[in-house]
Design a binder for this molecule. Sequence first.
Ligand code: TRP
Length: 334
Amino acid sequence: MENKKTILSGSTVTGNLTLGNYIGAINTWTQLQEQYDCLYFLADLHALTVHQDPAVLRERTYSFFAQYLALGLDPQKNIIFAQSQVPQHTELSWILTCLTPMGYLNRMTQFKEKAEKHVKNINAGLFTYPVLMAADILMYQADFVPVGEDQKQHLELCRDLVGYFENRYGKGVFRMPEPMIGKTGARIMSLQDPSKKMSKSDENEKNFVAVIDDAKKIEKKIKSAATDSGSEIKFDVENKAGVSNLLTIYSVLAGKTIEQLEKDYEGKMYGHLKVDLADVVVQKLQPVREKYEDLMKNRDHLDQLMISGAERASERAEKTIKKVYETIGLVRRR
Ligand code: TRP
């Protein structure tokens, strides 16, 4: 493990894991787990920045964890954990909060968007959300952080926080990892509106396929996916965004090139493509769903795996926190 590079990524526990998450990220994580030292966590604390029903939040955290495993992430090869079970995240977050200018957070576009969307609940956590994220990122001395394009500004803040910290206290405590933005996997678009990314928190179920959807739902959603005018099955994102999106999904899941698929579907209709694609998706997700259901049946086992992940993460996080305490003048820890 010593000479492997470290990767860290997190996912807020909201909505449902979708085919987009699978193809865009998780599918590549299962390859990364062989070559890198990987930590993946469920950002349940970040989820609290919008109102959560307690029972739903807890259930969803178990569910996401089980989905990660069902999708092929190995809890031995990777460290998979829930953010709230590793208290160092919130501890470091406070320390970084005291280095963060209010004005900087005020300019964050995601804060502005969220504040507009949740007018009745503009809480301070929504505001300091990116600082907690910086704590996550800096906790494990990671080399790489794979994130979506929408997280770019949060990473810039993180980099600046390292700068502020070093200006005040000197270097050597944190390593700023390299962002891997959109470099892993293909970008999957919404089924109904292929100009938007397929999003796990989309309110319209028809826009995404959840990785735990059953065959019936999958077929229905793919069949009703928006296609474009014309009838030719060709990859052309600008003029045929819908069909191109379906071809991308097909290509990744079936391991065929786009060119091959274009040939296979020459002279055929959109309907053909959709029927076959639905079949490919069902074939791929059926075993995932079965494994997921098995895992969810045994909560004690899930609990054990989560606690063990949290313990392994915490041991590493503690090294960073100790260094921080020493550096900034807090008294000795434990
Ligand atoms: N904010 C990220 C998202 O919504 C999730 C996240 C929280 C994260 N902390 C992180 C991602 C640290 C990468 C690293 O997608």
